[in-house]
Design a protein around this ligand. Structure first.
Ligand SMILES: Cc1cc2nc3c(=O)[nH]c(=O)nc-3n(C[C@H](O)[C@H](O)[C@H](O)COP(=O)(O)OP(=O)(O)OC[C@H]3O[C@@H](n4cnc5c(N)ncnc54)[C@H](O)[C@@H]3O)c2cc1C
Length: 812
């Protein structure tokens, strides 16, 4: 055999050993045996000699443990320490918040698909379903978003009372404190349904149930604090808000300048130890009406009254809003959506130490508390809101496209509109899948911080895209605000979801991969901990096996990326067959590619990764799309793999795969080392991208699902508020879409008669009468068509207002 062939054999055997993750001794033996065979088989000495030297060096490196530790691992450890990014305490606490779940599988390079399908989704409990069918349904019927926005500029008093009386503010508070003790699934279902009716109502319910003081108290409060406040919060006697952001501290919330100083002061007629503080906060949701403020500030103890350090770190206080010195009541106007939001300030406010959440034990733990609750909450509220809105678009804008005609056809029949409808349907399917999978994890007690950051970013971004698409389909009817317009309000509100709970640019650029690389990577966190070990021998002892395992993992992923790339995923062993199995294979390929690219990038960029936000963002995009795609497969399985949903499944998967490929392309095109970027691209995509995205035929099938009633459409939009009331814009669409097929048949008959010249083209009603008289339509058809046309006229009508209603009182 020629030298080239022997070299190829050696490469093949080596890469298969790496692919199979052989342990070091069998791997060394296999490589040695192959080299022996090559030498005996005629490999020329000038090639055999360096290869044998390489084999001996590798064998020694892998097996002479003491030597390796002293001469290799120690040097790598030194280098590693220099590369470690400097982390502030707040960054470290944010990094360590929550735990790791399915994202670790995605980082492994070989996700266990059986484990994923074993996550068994549960239906809502009886009391949760009853709450949705009863109080939530009734509240939705009561909500008039136009009036809330343009007449009351607030929820009407009766709605506030309903929220209190029916327990909307205590969804998660345990029953022993008067709350409902609902699961996260139920909480999300409530917010999603409310969002499909009124965003103002949804946000008002969202805040007390997510980052409001109740959640902080539930997890970190003293027993006395829980006993006192949780029942008051559950009943709505206290309305909470959470105040972290100020003019100086926005995204960099850890830099908050609000300082509290430990001192003695008067409280309830006694001198007690407490905190005197001044603060300036803004953008605080429910701030103008809150009676209880969860206030984040930095605590100092200059006189060491607590003993110990002067700087005590970020701390959270439960501050009754009527405490002397606290100022509130003014309102911001967030994009014309009148949920309560405003600034808060305090001057020389005195608060006893017992008001600190967790009492003295809570001092300096504020950041950890916040991030721990955030790593749960950001996976629930905004994803529920965004998904609710996407479902409204899929159902009602889909119906609008089915009944609104131009050029003699429903606009949904035009390819251009179908492309947009397909995006609405496909994104909605992905969003709801990710929402459900994440809720499953949270209800199982997981707190996957990276996953919830993915949800926050990608569901709000896809929500924004869906709304933009829906606005394009609605066109003028989405732009003219008024009670008939159900989409324009969502267009206005979406930037709020993008900005809060970690603004999106920052979440994508810094958090998803930045946190994922440390938390979800199988070795990095342990390596960092070993590197920070002060005892040098212990550090080396801990670091050495991690280094070996990490090396094997890196080589394994390189080999897997290549072989899976060459076979387009077909070599991956997966549990399912058919389209689901093929997608599992392609995701296994992308997972190996991601793990390889992540490792190489960390190696190349090192501690600079924090600054190289665009590289981090693109790796985060791949990880995120892997998560969303996993959720899509999981959802399809949990719903019994309905055949009707296949177009949605395929559109959603092709879209995720194409986005991954684009993120990889952009990463490699901007790689700090261009040659390495090219090499990685060749290794990962030897046969091209895993998908070019959904094709036109698939897009048409998805669009068709939105244009007529059907089970797939019902499953896609499940959980939003629906009405068949002809006085409501969405009710009219529900009624019209049910008749669209039969009305279409009659309309075609009528057009045929008009075309043949049997009828004169006159006003609608006259044409119908003529058609009946001429026998072109039967009496029943005429009545049905007349009703349908009247309904459609109402659907396409937009609001107009008297000119003088636009005048503003210049004194207010
Ligand atoms: C309607 C509304 C309700 C709110 N409710 C509350 C509340 O109840 N309680 C509360 O405490 N706060 C609340 N906030 C505040 C919200 O959390 C902040 O607006 C958010 O943290 C962003 O801060 P900022 O607006 O000052 O933007 P900035 O911090 O000025 O950021 C501006 C832009 O720069 C980006 N950016 C900043 N740093 C980086 C970086 N290192 N890398 C990449 N991009 C970066 C951000 O992503 C953003 O796009 C609310 C805000 C709004 C608009």
């Amino acid at each position: 055999m020629s030298a080239v062939l022997w070299l190829l054999v050696l490469l093949l055997v080596g890469s298969v050993a790496a692919y199979r993750q052989l342990a070091r001794t069998p791997a060394t033996a296999v490589m040695g045996a192959t080299l022996l065979l090559a030498t005996v088989g005629g490999l020329s000495w000038w090639l055999a000699l360096p290869l044998w030297l390489l084999w001996v060096a590798t064998a020694v490196l892998l097996h002479a443990d003491d030597w390796r530790r002293e001469y290799v691992t120690a040097r790598v450890l030194d280098f590693y320490r220099k590369q470690l990014p400097p982390l502030s305490d707040t960054e470290r606490e944010a990094m360590e918040a929550g735990n790791v779940w399915w994202e670790r599988e995605l980082f492994s390079g070989q996700p266990d698909w059986e484990r994923l399908s074993g996550f068994a989704d549960r239906p809502l409990r009886g009391d949760e379903q009853a709450f949705l069918d009863g109080p939530v349904e009734r509240l939705c019927a009561q909500l008039d978003d136009w009036r809330i926005t343009h007449v009351d500029a607030d929820l009407p008093p009766a709605v506030w009372q309903t929220l209190r009386d029916d327990g909307f503010f205590g969804l998660l508070i345990p029953p022993q404190f008067g709350g409902k003790g609902f699961s996260h699934r139920a909480h999300s279902a409530v917010v999603m349904k409310l969002a499909s009716r009124s965003v103002t109502a949804a946000i008002t319910v969202m805040v007390p149930n997510s980052l409001g003081p109740a959640e902080l108290l539930r997890h970190y409060g003293t027993q006395a604090q829980k006993d006192h406040y949780l029942p008051r919060l559950a009943s709505g006697q206290d309305i909470p808000c959470f105040a972290l952001t100020g003019p100086q501290a926005g995204s960099d919330a850890g830099a908050l300048p609000d300082v509290g100083v430990v001192c003695r002061g008067q409280h309830a007629g006694q001198e007690v130890l407490g905190v005197r503080l001044s603060f300036e906060k803004r953008y605080i949701t429910l701030g103008p009406v809150a009676t209880l403020i969860g206030l984040a500030f930095t605590l100092r103890d200059p006189d060491r009254l607590l003993g110990g350090a002067v700087e005590r770190g970020i701390t959270v206080l439960l501050l009754p809003a009527n405490t002397p010195g606290v100022g509130r009541g003014e309102r911001h106007l967030p994009l014309d959506v009148p949920f309560q939001n405003g600034p808060l300030h305090g001057r020389d406010v005195f608060a006893p130490l017992e008001w600190i959440i967790g009492g003295q034990d809570g001092i300096g733990r504020g950041w950890q508390m916040l991030f721990s609750c955030l790593s749960e909450g950001r996976g629930i509220s905004l994803p529920a809101l965004s998904t609710g809105v996407a479902k409204v678009a899929a159902r009602h804008t889909g119906a609008y496209a089915g009944v609104r005609e131009q050029f003699g056809l429903p606009i949904g029949r035009f390819e251009g509109v179908q492309e947009v409808l397909a995006r609405i349907g496909g994104h909605c399917y992905q969003m709801d899948a990710a929402r459900r999978l994440t809720l499953y994890a949270l209800d199982e007690g997981e707190r996957p911080a990276v996953v919830t950051a993915i949800l926050k970013y990608h569901l709000t971004e896809r929500g924004r895209r869906v709304i933009n698409d829906a606005m394009d389909v609605q066109a003028g009817s989405g732009i003219m605000l008024g009670p008939r317009n159900f989409m324009g309000r969502y267009y206005q509100i979406m930037p709020v979801a993008i900005t809060v709970e970690g603004a999106n640019i920052l979440t994508r650029s810094l958090i998803i991969f930045g946190q994922g690389a440390v938390r979800a990577h199988p070795y990095v966190l342990e390596e960092m901990q070993a590197a920070q070990e002060e005892d040098a021998d212990l550090a080396l002892e801990r670091f050495d096996p991690l280094l070996l395992a990490h090396g094997a993992y890196l080589l394994g992923n390189a080999a897997r990326s290549f072989w899976l790339g060459l076979s387009r995923g077909r070599l991956a062993q997966v549990p399912d067959d058919g389209p689901v199995g093929r997608y599992q294979q392609r995701l296994s390929w992308m997972s190996a590619a991601f793990a390889l690219a992540a490792d190489i990038t960390m190696l190349v960029v090192g501690g600079d990764l924090k600054r190289r936000e665009r590289l981090s963002a693109r790796l985060g995009d791949v990880l995120s799309e892997l998560y969303l795609a996993s959720a899509v497969l999981w959802r399809h399985g949990q719903q019994g793999q309905p055949a009707d949903d296949l177009p949605l499944l395929r559109w959603a998967m092709d879209d995720c795969l194409a986005r991954m490929a684009t993120a990889f392309d952009d990463l490699f095109a901007n790689y700090p080392n261009r040659a390495l970027g090219c090499l990685l691209r060749w290794l990962i995509f030897p046969t091209g991208r895993p998908s070019r995205g959904p094709n036109d035929a698939l897009g048409q099938q998805v669009a068709e699902l939105l244009l007529a009633p059907g089970e797939a459409r019902d499953r896609l939009t499940d959980g939003i508020y629906l009405t068949r009331d002809p006085a409501e814009a969405t009710g009219r669409l529900e009624l019209a879409i049910e008749q669209v097929e039969i009305a279409g048949l009659a309309q075609r008959k009528l057009r045929g008669a008009l075309k043949s010249g049997a009828l004169a083209a006159v006003a609608d009603q006259d044409v119908l009468a003529q058609a009946q008289a001429a026998g072109a339509l039967e009496a029943g058809e005429v009545a049905m068509l007349a009703d349908y046309q009247a309904l459609v006229r109402e659907i396409i009508a937009v609001d107009a207002f008297p000119a003088d209603s636009f005048a503003r009182d210049s004194t207010t």
